[in-house]
Design a protein around this ligand. Structure first.
Ligand SMILES: NC(=O)C1=CN([C@@H]2O[C@H](COP(=O)(O)OP(=O)(O)OC[C@H]3O[C@@H](n4cnc5c(N)ncnc54)[C@H](O)[C@@H]3O)[C@@H](O)[C@H]2O)C=CC1
Ligand SMILES: O=C(O)C(=O)COP(=O)(O)O
Length: 386
């Protein structure tokens, strides 16, 4: 029986795929696999029983990836599974940033109980005028699953779209409308766009990328939409840019104590992926990937270990080894098996940056002492016999 622990509520559409005779949902710290959404795991004790962590969503900045890699814990996410949910909220945000719908709604709320609401609405509406988006320039930073959908939809809404992504995947590039203009540097986006939407992960290179220097290059009255992560924007610099009139509106899905009280900020409570469709898609994908890893050792959509697939084991046993990507690992592993008279039927070795994974189907049972010997090889961080 494999134990699965959920650190956030995970859609039943996914959890129902866990067969009752094979899997048990637990709240104890002896789980084989963890499923989560935005739960912050940095201070969470990851026990040695944990083999994988499945993020039902895209961003993995809530998970200590390096620590997981060192422990041989494979971290999955679910690329694209919530992209449409986010895209739709970006389009809503685009309109909210332009027309003062939020200001208008709040003002009308204040007229409750007034006997002249209809007349006052007509008289007061001019204070909420805002521009149309048709024909305006939209900059999309990051053209992955979400950014590509946003760029294409903005084209469909009659906007002129500039996209920037130096690491764009072939798949995302193919999916882009030919009307999306490629920017080769951010400065062009900053200088030309009336609306800028950010769709990059928060990593060392992107943290605080929307800062004083960036604001200085932007047009006056620019509208910025950030449904990616709060840390991408420098809050102090944003405050200045709003005060000076450089930024007309900032829409964020990641409000904090500082941003929430700023003028001309629209704060959304992290609702980008909060649709039944996205929640179901993410849960289903995370569960399928987790099951395949626990049962077969196959890796799909991991952010720290390489993709690897040998189907279902047809031999006496399958040995799954997580290790460092350094010379002579395969040599040492196969020599040790040969010295123990274990015949290899099939094997695969893959690497991703400094980590690697070796799957070996063998003809014989693999005894506990051999597992121990494998674990003792310098550079090996996890050994499983499936
Ligand atoms: N508000 C919400 O509920 C949600 C927020 N997100 C956020 O959106 C981000 C993007 O999600 P996806 O599009 O699904 O991810 P993705 O991985 O498909 O796309 C990210 C893109 O950013 C690009 N990129 C990386 N570094 C860059 C840089 N320095 N400059 C320009 N582009 C760069 C990559 O090449 C990739 O194409 C996530 O990392 C997450 O932080 C994702 C889902 C839901
Ligand atoms: O997928 C992501 O990166 C998200 O930000 C969605 O977060 P959530 O699963 O809604 O807590």
């Amino acid at each position: 029986m494999k134990k699965i622990r959920c650190l956030n509520p995970i859609s039943n559409q996914g959890l129902d795929l866990l067969e009752k005779d094979l899997y048990q949902i637990v709240e104890t710290d002896d789980a084989d696999a963890i499923l989560l959404r935005s739960f912050k795991m940095h201070d969470f004790e990851i026990s040695d029983s944990v083999k994988s962590i499945g993020r039902a969503g895209a961003g993995v900045n809530n998970i200590p990836i390096d620590k997981c890699s060192e422990k041989g814990v494979v971290v999955f996410n679910t690329p694209g599974a919530n992209a449409n949910g986010v895209k739709e909220l970006v389009i809503a945000s685009l309109l909210l940033s332009s027309r003062d719908i939020v200001g208008g709604i709040n003002w009308v709320k204040g007229l409750e109980g007034d006997s002249e609401v209809a007349a006052k609405v007509e008289k007061g509406k001019s204070q909420f005028v805002g521009p149309e988006i048709l024909g305006k320039k939209m900059g999309v930073i990051g053209l992955g699953a979400i950014g590509a959908l946003v760029a294409n939809t903005a084209v469909g809404l009659g906007m002129e779209v500039l996209g920037y992504d130096p690491f764009i995947s072939v798949e995302a590039a193919w999916s882009l409308s030919r009307a999306v203009k490629r920017s080769i540097n951010l400065d062009e986006i900053f200088a030309e766009c009336d609306y800028i939407s950010i769709h990059v992960p928060v990593i060392a290179e992107t943290k605080g990328m929307i800062n004083k220097d960036a604001f200085a290059k932007m047009k006056d009255n620019v509208r910025i939409i950030n449904l990616s992560r709060g840390e991408l924007v420098n809050d102090d610099d944003l405050e200045e840019a709003i005060k000076s009139g450089k930024v007309a509106k900032y829409v964020t899905d990641f409000p904090n104590e500082k941003v929430v009280s700023m003028e001309n900020v629209i704060s959304i409570p992290h609702l980008g992926a909060s649709t039944p469709e996205s929640e179901d898609n993410c849960a289903i994908m995370a569960v399928i990937q987790t099951k395949d890893y626990l049962l077969n050792g196959n890796i799909t959509n991991s952010v720290n270990y390489p993709a690897c697939n040998m189907g279902v084991c047809q031999t006496a046993a399958r040995v799954a080894i997580n290790h460092k990507n350094v010379p002579n690992m395969v040599g040492q592993i196969t020599t040790l098996l040969a010295n123990n008279n274990i015949n290899i039927v099939d094997m695969i070795n893959k690497s991703k940056q400094q980590w690697a994974y070796t799957l070996i189907d063998v003809e014989n049972e693999v005894a506990e002492n051999i597992v121990k010997e494998l674990e003792n090889i310098e550079g090996i961080v996890k050994v499983r016999v499936i």
